[in-house]
Ligand binder design. Structure first.
Ligand SMILES: [Zn+2]
Ligand SMILES: [Zn+2]
Length: 239
């Protein structure tokens, strides 16, 4: 058997498809002063996804189920310019990744056009009400392929569509445009769709997505938005 055909068979066996998968969410509207914020979070707790502040940015350790939660959250965040997508990860039962030493964090994904003052998050989080569940279904090709030329544009001086980040109230905020989320989306998709096959073949493989945050390789370092990385790592112990 040729290498190519065995690779295809192996691919077929381990492959996970995101298209058609469903995710149940809770959607809350929180009023604060004269403003109202729409918060989307998963209806079921994410059992193994622990996010820690790390030396090079942030470290997120995920099991197989959590890679799907992250893919849904990413896809929704890209398409929901008026919502905050909230993954309450501090309550995850997992302590994997704590060797990175930093504090444990929640994750919030949002659009910069929302101009959400992160100093308000603690109060918004405290006022999340019980709400009805909504079902989200991933369409085919939910994560579009980003070409080389598009990636190259990230290095232009005037490029604005990078993911910004900040930490407040024990939460890592990723803030960007739809384009910014799409530029990093394939790494998130691959964790959920491709890594199960890699790990079925060799369970000790290091499978990860390196999500770039901040301004990457700009001619002048941007002190307010330094380059950093969200390292999302498949947990070999609990996969
Ligand atoms: Zn890695
Ligand atoms: Zn683990």
């Amino acid at each position: 058997m040729s290498t190519v055909s065995s690779a295809i068979e192996y691919w077929g066996r381990g492959r996970v498809r995101l298209a058609g998968r469903e995710w149940r969410t809770l959607v809350s509207a929180v009023r604060l002063g004269g403003d109202s914020y729409r918060v989307i979070r998963p209806a079921r707790p994410i059992t193994h996804a622990s996010l820690h502040e790390g030396r090079l940015g942030a470290q997120l350790s995920v099991d197989k189920a959590a890679t799907v939660d992250l893919a849904f959250a990413w896809w929704l965040a890209a398409r929901s310019p008026r919502s905050l997508v909230y993954l309450p990860l501090r309550s995850s039962g997992s302590s994997c990744g704590e060797e990175y030493g930093g504090r444990k964090l929640d994750l919030v994904l949002l659009h910069h056009s929302l101009r959400f003052p992160v100093s308000r998050w603690k109060r918004v989080r405290a006022h999340l009400s019980p709400s009805a569940t909504h079902k989200v279904t991933l369409p085919p090709r939910a994560f579009r392929t980003v070409g080389r030329e598009e990636h190259r544009r990230c290095f232009h001086r005037g490029f604005q569509d990078h993911l910004r980040w900040t930490i407040a109230a024990d939460t890592l905020f990723l803030v960007g445009s739809r384009h910014a989320y799409e530029l990093q989306g394939d790494g998130v998709r691959a964790l959920a769709e491709d890594c199960p096959a890699h790990l079925a073949e060799s369970p000790d493989t290091h499978c990860c997505a390196e999500i770039e945050m901040g301004r990457c390789k700009a001619p002048f370092p941007d002190a307010r938005d330094p380059y950093s990385q969200l390292h999302v790592e498949c947990c070999n112990l609990h996969w």
